[in-house]
Design a binder for this molecule. Structure first.
Ligand code: SAM
Length: 287
């Protein structure tokens, strides 16, 4: 038994026959010290403490992160899981923490999170998850493109493949800089907190992972409409080796007057533009 009175994760996996399914992106964590570190890394993000927060978790699996969140004092955890085998295994965690954990079966991509969480009683919501890699980016897009800004959550603490994490935090003029960097940094402060070795997972994935934190920005530069910004960024990076005077033609307009008005040299390439440049350009294109 562990200090929460529940069995070690390896026993839970064996007892409930949780053979990892690749189609569900299942790589389970089994070390509660590591998941404790992940849970605590969300402390203070967005100016809010874990113990005062409601946590929205995607893909709790056998429950290693869920248990750490509860042990580290999360007020309540609402988790969405697609695999019914895991839902069964999580019943024991629900019983160990009465009224503090609710697990819902379903696809996180389709969830109305706020409806699911219900009355927050004024508490902040943190999203903390070891995401299934096959839908991780789609979920990040969903959470960073909400119509309302500020969004309904105060911080995101997410596990990604290291290579994806590097793209999210990348700076201009680097190879990793692209659409995901603009998405991650336009509305949020993004930071890699620490790496997680493949050996920490069962079964181990082929690559290193990392924990990323994203804190919503209160003030947005120029604030173009999200879909317009995305359109301009897509056009620019879709032909990233071409100069903007060429790549932006796919917007269906002559890009030169827009570039001039945004004070961007027509010979620049997408990777040379800062997020602020992209926002300025999108705002002018939107007008
Ligand atoms: N949190 C657990 C851990 O750290 O050990 C499991 C993480 S595992 C990488 C991803 C989990 O997400 C799996 O349990 C999988 O069944 C679940 N999952 C996959 N696709 C999902 C989806 N679209 N919605 C909700 N859960 C999903």
């Amino acid at each position: 038994m562990y200090e929460d009175g529940l069995p070690p994760l390896r026993d839970v996996i064996e007892h409930y026959g949780l053979d990892a399914k690749k189609s569900l992106g299942q790589n389970f964590l089994t070390d509660l010290n590591l998941t404790g570190k992940i849970a605590r890394s969300a402390n203070g993000l967005g100016g809010t403490a874990l113990k005062d927060s409601i946590v929205y978790e995607v893909g709790p699996g056998p429950g290693a992160l869920t248990r750490a969140l509860l042990m580290n004092g999360a007020h309540r955890v609402v988790a969405v899981e697609m695999d019914p085998r895991c839902i069964l295994a999580l019943k024991d965690v629900e019983s160990a923490y009465p009224n503090r954990l609710s697990v819902v079966e379903g696809d996180a991509l389709k969830m109305d999170e706020q409806a699911l969480i219900g009355d927050t009683e004024g508490r902040p919501v943190k999203i903390i998850a070891n995401l299934p890699y096959n839908v991780g980016t789609a979920l990040l897009v969903k959470w960073l493109t909400t119509k309302e800004w500020l969004p309904w959550y105060s911080s995101l603490t997410l596990m990604f493949q290291k290579e994806v994490g590097m793209r999210i935090v990348a700076a201009p003029r680097t190879k990793a800089y692209g659409r995901l960097s603009i998405l991650g940094q336009y509305r949020a402060q993004a930071k890699i907190m620490f790496d997680v070795s493949a050996r920490a997972f069962t079964p181990p994935p082929k690559v290193t992972s990392c924990i990323i934190s994203l804190t919503p920005k209160v003030e947005l530069d120029h604030s173009p409409k999200q879909d317009i910004l995305e359109k301009v960024v897509y056009a620019a990076f879709n032909q990233r080796r071409k100069m903007l005077r060429t790549s932006l033609k796919t917007l269906g307009v002559d890009p030169l007057p827009y570039l001039k008005a945004a004070k961007i040299a027509e010979t620049c390439r997408a990777e040379e533009l800062t997020i602020e440049d992209f926002c300025r350009l999108a705002k002018i294109y939107e007008a």
